[in-house]
Design a protein around this ligand. Structure first.
Ligand code: ADP
Length: 313
């Protein structure tokens, strides 16, 4: 097990009477990618703002390599890069000049600054656009430039707040490629999202947060194992299924639920291999499927299970 890099303990923060973060704890190991998942308003931005040292917590602590982080701890703060949701770029200044401004804030100068600018532009796939102005960039390219800015000082931990919001699909893939390259280079990542599939794509650990509280803190595989039904079989039969047979089908071993009517049914299964037994069972009763398809249950259903509502409610 890799060492703990970031430790977040019992963070709390209110805005007036609204408790945005209500006792959030989790940790990030060296080189690990943690997806912070929750619906809008769950408290993700507030949590990462506190970790990155741009917001003060009312209670709790953040430790990086055992050292306190936060607004007053500049040395630790410097080791954390934040890509905020709102872009901070000068639209009329060439991309590389934007980076030089950011680099100067981190105390980088001359050849070292130029080398870092070139390296981060390469990493985010914008090396050939270095002299172009962000005004001419797509939303996704601007976001990639913002990611580059947060990487100039080679942070041990990079935090990205909803990095794909408002981004076209092509740039979204480019952002994921950049994150994968950072993973290979050993940078620890925390990224927030309200899309389970985005978090599933790269995260080796998922922290689900809602109403400022942590509801789950597990690997994707462990979350997946929590699902009561991990697969679904959709069947269209030649004829309607009788109520009696539907009742029997619902009680078959391995069947976790049944939805449908007439000839069209969705059978929720504990395991996809049970689809074969269900199809055999139907055939033995003279029920001919004219079409069938299986699908893996989506991890998003874990959220539904935990909160009783969908992520995008
Ligand atoms: P998320 O990033 O998950 O969407 P936020 O951390 O932005 O969640 O917000 C958590 C809660 O705190 C929400 O109810 C939001 O309306 C409220 N909130 C966030 N920022 C402020 C602020 N600056 N002033 C007042 N309320 C805020």
């Amino acid at each position: 097990m890799r060492e703990v890099l970031l430790e977040v303990r019992d963070l709390a923060k209110s805005y007036g009477k609204r408790r945005a973060v209500d006792g959030v704890s989790f940790h990030v190991r060296r080189g690990q990618t943690v997806g912070l998942l929750g619906p809008n308003g769950a408290g993700k931005s507030t949590t990462v703002g506190i970790i990155a040292g741009i917001l003060d917590a009312d209670a709790g602590e953040v430790l990086l390599d055992g050292q306190p982080a936060g607004t007053r701890h500049h040395d630790t703060r410097r080791r954390i890069g934040l890509v905020p949701q709102d872009l901070a770029l000068y639209d009329d200044l060439p991309a590389v000049e934007n980076l030089k401004l950011f680099g100067a804030l981190y105390g980088l100068k001359n050849a070292a600054l130029a080398a870092r600018c070139a390296a981060v532009l390469e990493l985010v796939g914008l090396a050939d656009r270095a002299r172009d102005r962000p005004a001419t960039f797509s939303g996704g390219m601007k976001r990639r430039l913002n990611i580059a800015a947060a990487l100039l000082h080679e942070p041990a931990l990079l935090i990205l707040d909803e990095p794909t919001v408002g981004v076209d699909p092509q740039s979204r893939n480019a952002i994921f490629d950049t994150l994968a390259a950072l993973q290979r280079a050993g940078t620890a990542l925390v990224y927030t999202s309200h899309y389970m599939e985005e978090v599933e794509r790269l995260a080796d650990h998922i922290v689900i947060i809602d109403h400022g509280r942590v509801l789950a803190d597990e690997s994707p595989a462990a979350l997946y194992a929590r699902l009561p039904a991990r697969a679904a079989l959709h069947v269209d039969l030649a004829e309607a299924l009788s109520g009696e047979l539907a009742g029997e089908l619902a009680r078959l071993p391995g069947v976790a639920g049944l939805l449908g009517e007439g000839p069209a049914w969705d059978v929720r299964l504990q395991d996809s291999t049970q689809a074969i037994a269900v199809l055999d069972w139907l055939r033995d009763r003279g029920q001919v499927p004219v079409h069938f398809a299986t699908a893996r249950a989506r991890l998003e259903e874990v959220f539904l299970d935990l909160t009783g509502r969908s992520l995008r409610d």
